[in-house]
Design a protein around this ligand. Structure first.
Ligand code: GDP
Length: 297
């Protein structure tokens, strides 16, 4: 289960406070040392943990006293609020263009879940807005990727523009956008190539696609199982492409929390959706407060 270890650790830490009438500075410091350990073990980025612990400690030691809450409830409340802040406070909607089509470009490392998430997004737009999206298959390095997108297209009854794996992906995108214009598709979802790690050639290609397509949304798809590495990779993509949002995938697995808790702070970009399964309807809007509650158990 996602965040299991972290939740258990935090619950244990907070239960040690239960029944205490008033918390001494030493109590607070001790608790925050434990929270720090728990977050580091959950693979949260070191700087993020440092700032988080400092903020919570200062608030808990400060004059904030709510009469209705016990001291331990107060600490939990502060941790809850700061976890929410760390993940961005509010849900952030998908960017939308004033003129059709809204263009969404999916980017990320291979295996993160780009193609699957492209399908999930199209499914969501179709069911919620009765939208008529078009996929563009621009991952020409992995022949299976084009086939995978076509299969998803068939399942969802969403057209896929593809030219196989020979042409330059920038040309494929250019031609695909023309088709979208002719057919008056309201959304275009571009599936791009990934690699096992960031490389210059890939970034160059993605930049060229961006320059041509002017996407309204560049979604970095991050595998939450990769922990804080996901945040580092996201920062790399952001630096090159100025991403507009993040999708965290595989939150149905036993991810520890490092990605969810680091990525917003490290990139400054909002997590917009979370993937919670392999099926095409398993994509949800990301709500930082709900995620904080889930972590606190
Ligand atoms: P891409 O290389 O980035 O396009 O990745 P794919 O879309 O091919 O996904 C890689 C694998 O991750 C596939 O087996 C997907 O079914 C799986 N996957 C994607 N998103 C999720 C998710 O939210 N939960 C789970 N459990 N698996 C996912």
């Amino acid at each position: 289960m996602a965040f299991e270890g972290l939740s258990e650790r935090l619950q244990k830490v907070f239960s040690s406070l239960r029944g205490k009438g008033k918390l001494s500075d030493e109590d607070v410091r001790k608790v925050m040392r434990e929270v720090r350990m728990a977050l580091l073990e959950a693979d949260v980025n070191f700087d993020v943990v440092k700032t988080f612990v400092k903020t919570v400690r200062e608030r808990a030691l400060g004059s904030e006293v709510m009469e209705s809450l016990t001291p331990s409830q107060q600490v939990i409340k502060i941790v809850d609020e700061e976890l929410t802040n760390l993940m961005g406070q509010e849900a952030v909607p998908l960017n939308k263009s004033k003129h059709i089509p809204t263009i969404i470009m999916m980017v990320g490392l291979q295996g993160a879940g780009k193609t699957t998430t492209a399908g999930k997004l199209a499914n969501r737009l179709k069911t919620q807005e009765k939208a008529r999206p078009l996929f563009i298959a621009a991952d020409v390095y992995r022949p299976a990727a084009v086939e995978q997108l076509k299969t998803i297209g068939q399942q969802l009854d969403v057209p896929v523009y593809d030219e196989g794996t020979e042409p330059d992906p920038v040309d494929i995108v250019k031609n695909g956008l023309k088709v979208a214009e002719e057919n008056k598709n309201d959304y275009v979802i571009i599936d791009t190539a990934g690699r096992l790690e960031i490389d210059e050639q890939l970034m160059d290609e993605l930049k060229r696609i961006k320059e041509l397509a002017h996407p309204d949304e560049i979604l970095f798809v991050a595998d939450s199982m990769t922990g804080q590495v996901a945040a580092k990779v996201a920062a790399g993509f952001d630096e090159q492409l100025d991403i507009t949002g993040v999708v965290l995938t595989k939150l149905d697995g036993d991810t520890r929390g490092g990605a969810a808790l680091s990525i917003r702070s490290v990139t400054g970009k909002p997590i917009k959706f979370i993937g919670q399964g392999e099926k095409l309807d398993q994509l949800d809007v990301f709500h930082p407060d709900r995620m904080a509650n889930r972590i606190l158990g």
